[in-house]
Design a protein around this ligand. Structure first.
Ligand SMILES: CC(C)(COP(=O)(O)OP(=O)(O)OC[C@H]1O[C@@H](n2cnc3c(N)ncnc32)[C@H](O)[C@@H]1OP(=O)(O)O)[C@@H](O)C(=O)NCCC(=O)NCCS
Length: 167
């Protein structure tokens, strides 16, 4: 297992091509995708494609979305991580968890440690994050981990708020 970081209750590891079933579980729930600009995954073949083409290539830069587990129960709960955007050069913090694990502070915990890891271990100069203006849970997470609100704009036809963190 390629472990990236540990928090008091969670650990984050790299995804592999064997994890299509996990990604399918997460990305097939319309509630999870409610504020995101992407279609629900229909089958494992599609999930494998996302892993190979989008998630795994990010690991070459030591960045990426990392599979997140509850340490005590070894339960997969979703992902959290840092993504490099080739078009803008930005590195953004993101997280996505299965609905049954919402409301327990896991997103805040994973996001806080991921942000610290990016700034203190990877020595990134800047990390951004954005969330749909109506995605109140996600906005709350960004505020709680101390990211600074920058602006509201329209991205891919969606009104989003952008946040930033620097060392
Ligand atoms: C966004 C998401 C990761 C939050 O996960 P979570 O584990 O519930 O987050 P936490 O428990 O750490 O914190 C959520 C905070 O938002 C608050 N919150 C949740 N729903 C809320 C709502 N509708 N209105 C206001 N606050 C809300 C919670 O009370 C909590 O704040 P508190 O600790 O001060 O009480 C989760 O909802 C998710 O995976 N959503 C689908 C994917 C997604 O939208 N990702 C973000 C893309 S920008």
């Amino acid at each position: 297992m390629s472990l990236i970081l540990q928090t008091p209750r969670l650990y984050l590891r790299r995804f592999t091509t064997d994890d299509a079933h996990l990604l399918l579980q997460l990305n097939s729930d319309p509630e999870v995708l409610k504020y995101l600009h992407e279609p629900a995954l229909q089958d494992e073949a599609h999930a494998t494609e996302i892993l190979k083409n989008i998630i795994l290539p990010q690991y070459e830069k030591n960045l990426g979305r990392w599979a997140t587990y509850i340490t005590n129960s070894e339960e997969f709960i979703g992902w959290c991580g840092l993504k490099y955007h080739m078009d803008t050069g930005e590195i953004d913090l993101g997280y996505r968890f299965m609905k049954k694990h919402w409301g327990k502070g896991y997103a805040t915990e994973a996001a806080q440690h991921t942000l610290n890891y990016g700034l203190q271990e990877l020595l990134l100069k800047e990390i951004t994050a954005c969330a749909h203006v109506e995605n109140l849970a996600s906005l709350k997470v960004l505020e709680k981990i101390g990211m600074r609100y920058v602006s509201e704009s329209i991205i891919d036809d969606c009104p989003v708020k952008t946040y930033i963190a620097t060392p």
